[in-house]
Design a protein around this ligand. Sequence first.
Ligand code: NCD
Ligand code: ZN
Length: 347
Amino acid sequence: MNELSILQPDDWHLHLRDGSALGAVVGASGAQFARAIVMPNLKAPVVTVAQALAYRERILAALPAGSRFEPLMTLYLTETTVPAEVRAARASAFVHAVKLYPAGATTHSEAGVGDWRRVRATLAAMQEVDLPLLVHGEVTERDVDVFDREEAFIERVLVPLRGEFPELRVVFEHVTTRQAVDYVREAPGRIAATITPQHLLYNRNAIFSGGLRPHWYCLPVLKREEHRLALVAAATSGNPRFFLGTDSAPHAARLKEHAAACAGCYTAPHALELYACAFETAGALARLEGFASLYGPDFYGLARNRGRVLLRRAPWQIPATLPFGAEGIVPLAAGETLDWKFVGPTP
Ligand code: NCD
Ligand code: ZN
């Protein structure tokens, strides 16, 4: 197969940042995806519907002329988020979910939730109005090994939380382990998971091959090969609980190539190509459309897109660096060759 036409896909987990960084990255997502769930972890987190509306307007203003990309906004859950904000979000046409960051788990998570039991009233309101909860699924306890934090989150947070709110729609974001895949596959109720391209393509060796490689550092961190294989099996299984979320998380090269490197892989410019390579290697290109274009909108209760996009087998080299405001940014797998190229809307 040398050409692949699929229904226009969406990105169900994306970081767009703000200011000049936003301007530098939003066009890349808009070129490949019709819509994206936009993460609210700005330096000043997006905690109210009014802030989400203002951020949405900044995103639309930063889009290249003619783009019809639709940002699907989210709120950042804090211990002071009130049920009324949840109701206002549901009543708005543009807020589609609330994101739970365990405090201290990742970039700009300081304002996140220390203990989910303190946000019960807000979770109850979300369940009542059916506003999805998106979770960064890692515990933050120092005594838990970094590589075990996702597994611990399932037992310590996800199971008890979902036990108390069994009707709450939940997305386990960027799953990285066999345990998370098994949980999402088997758990009762309305649960789904996003999977990133880096977790399908690489195991943790990538971070340590030929030196310390900060551009492969993201959170949750890459895991062992057995986990990567479980993720590939889930993504290519045709199970609608697993769908595309790039977690493209741009940081300036200067802050990645740093003594305390920021976590996040920048994949927006070549996201679909990365996924196509992962699916092709698994012999499952025919399953890419479900994962990329069907199961996400179905889970969120949104209409599927109508147009189609084309990918072509045409090897090309990922650029070494790209502009990022006044700085540069290094895309994931910079300098490497990909077999598939995104062409654009199917003629
Ligand atoms: C994300 C970021 O930089 O905002 N980083 C990452 O490594 N994925 C935050 C997140 O999704 O954890
Ligand atoms: Zn993320």
